[in-house]
Write a protein that binds this ligand. Sequence first.
Ligand SMILES: [Zn+2]
Length: 204
Amino acid sequence: MVKRNDNEPSMTRDEAAKHVADLNKGHKLDGIYEAHGAKFAVSVSPCSWMYPGYGLQVQYRSEDGRAWGYLNNKPLDQKDASCHDVLDLLTKGLTPGPCKKCKERTFYNPNGNRKTYCEQCFVSMLEARFAEEQEKEAALIAAEDENRKKEGYTHRVSAWIHPPRGDDYQVEFYFKGEPTKKDVEAVLRQEKSKRLDDYKVYTL
Ligand SMILES: [Zn+2]
């Protein structure tokens, strides 16, 4: 017998087969809707019918791609939902307005994390922030490399630690002389990483 996690939806074999078929053909409410004078491609999220009591959740995307996200009506079962309910979600859940950055018209969800930015600006800001952080990180490592080199270290290992619990994180450690696989693995084991092969060796 397979032990089932309480959080997992319980499904019979027939239900599972029907679910897969539904996934492939999509939901009857999927389609193009018009709201706020714009067109939106809408698809019902599979969690709406996979999890009992989840309620109706739809993913929407405006025609120009500037508005994207999820809207939901928790008390409403997807089985009882009609296209009017979907329209209702779009009309009530989205606010038309200019994007804070590019000033183009978009539709924002006051409950979403994009605030008043359009999808394009939101993503490009995320990418810019990520690139900036990476650059800062690279500068810090380069400075540390210089210091260690003066102390006689010859190699740096940059590794990802995969702890038994929690998020993976990156670490740097230094060696005098080229480290063997065993040397690196010993350090990773000390750090309690589940994986001992996610690293790169750099010569200083
Ligand atoms: Zn924008």
